[in-house]
Ligand binder design. Structure first.
Ligand code: PMP
Length: 397
């Protein structure tokens, strides 16, 4: 048997370049700003224990049985209440539980994209979404971002000349860019989707991790008020606010797409783990989620401030960045050309790693960019990380 037996579209499928690059980051003494995972020290062990005990006592057999492809009705009901606090008003029938937002995106790509269909993403965008759309053989195009998120005027110029099938966006505290789409742009984007008939895939894993007093209205909520709900598909997850290992996320799907999404979910894995769904539902019943979100938000906010202050002080002459208003990532760019993929070897030698920005572009990467995550680094190490970055720079210029 040879490589030729592998399906054409997966022959060149790579493991995430980030994983490859960061395999050294677990070495003793290396401070990693490269990880994209939540701080496990903040997992609510006590709450999860209560929920797990309850899974095993009341109605426990359901947690070990096959279930509905669209997910447990009780959990979908609870998700609807959670969404109403995000200004999204949906019916339990609109919600499909998935095995994380990653699966939501995969299902949507398969439900919506024929080879060659144009999918527009932000520049930069979430790497694993790029992989999914590439596997779906989409024709990927990108639109620039600034401190107010995706530049919607640039998108408008594109949709005027090109038939766009879908726009994929992480509008709130994005990964990797850390930027948030301004309210006026949200409205403008939803209007455009109606005028030009494209679907918006709104990916919102970080919206609750808000460091400010402002509220950012999801595109899905804007769409409701603008009588345009059909154009926006919303996905979110418990990964960043509870724990990613349970693999529980969800989709809010318009009626026209519901049947295909449920059928695809069925064909993929029948349904999301009943045990995980039951655990999540019981956790929600403890009433601890809002306290947990506050804990995560405060801890990440503090760390984000520490990292940005040190970056400003030590590397302000070299780097520019937008102060994140929430989420897990700080995105920076050198004020001059510096290839951050090559520089990584130097910083690794000095005991600090990050993710080079080039991987987050569908084409024409900006090599002078980098993504830093502050959430899993002990606060005391953040200053040291910046000192080491600076030392690596002194060695390179
Ligand atoms: N979308 C974005 C923008 C993400 O950052 C992530 C997680 N890194 C996901 C989706 C996938 O999350 P989940 O754990 O829910 O699959």
């Amino acid at each position: 048997m040879s490589h030729n037996n592998i399906a054409r579209k997966v022959q060149n499928l790579q493991s995430s370049a980030i994983r490859e690059l960061l395999k050294h980051s677990k070495m003793d003494g290396v401070i990693s700003l490269g990880g994209g995972i939540p701080d496990p020290d903040l997992f609510d062990r006590e709450g999860l224990q209560i929920a797990m005990d309850n899974v095993l006592s009341s109605g426990w057999k359901e947690a070990f049985q096959y279930g509905l492809s669209e997910g447990s009705p009780a959990l979908r009901e609870a998700i609807c209440s959670l969404l109403s606090k995000r200004q999204i008003h949906c019916h339990v029938d609109d919600v499909v539980v998935t095995s994380g937002s990653q699966q939501s995106l995969d299902i949507l790509a398969r439900a919506l994209i024929d080879p060659g269909d144009v999918v527009v993403v932000e520049r930069p965008t979430y790497l694993a979404a790029l992989q999914i759309f590439q596997l779906a053989e989409a024709n990927l195009m990108s639109v620039g971002t600034d401190g107010d998120g995706m530049i919607i005027d640039e998108l408008e110029a594109l949709v005027k000349t090109t038939r766009v099938k879908a726009v994929y966006i992480v509008p709130t505290f994005g990964n990797p860019g850390g930027v948030t789409l301004a309210e006026h742009r949200r409205k403008q984007l939803v209007e455009l989707s109606k005028r030009y008939g494209f679907v918006i895939i709104e990916d919102d894993p970080y919206g609750e991790i808000n460091f400010t007093d402002k509220t950012f209205t999801p595109l899905k909520a804007w769409a409701e008020t603008m009588d345009n709900s059909d154009n926006v598909i919303y996905t979110s997850t418990f990964s960043k606010i509870l724990a990613p290992g349970t693999r529980v996320g969800w989709l809010v799907v318009p009626g026209w797409l519901k049947r295909q999404v449920v059928n695809l979910k069925q064909a993929t894995d029948l349904h999301t783990s009943a045990l995980s769904q039951s655990l999540t539902w019981h956790y929600l019943q403890t009433g601890r989620l809002s306290g947990q979100i506050a804990l995560i938000r405060d801890a990440y906010k503090q760390k984000c401030q520490t990292l940005s202050q040190h970056l400003e002080k030590e590397l302000g002459d070299h780097l520019t960045f937008h102060q994140p208003m929430g989420g897990m990532f700080l995105w920076a760019r050198f004020k001059y050309e510096l290839n951050t993929t090559q520089w990584l070897q130097k910083t690794l030698n000095n005991g600090v790693v990050y993710v080079p920005g080039e991987f987050f572009y569908c084409k024409e990467p900006d090599h002078s960019t980098l993504r830093m995550s502050y959430v899993s680094v002990p606060e005391a190490n953040l200053k040291e990380a910046v000192v080491r970055l600076k030392a690596s720079l002194d060695a390179s210029v």
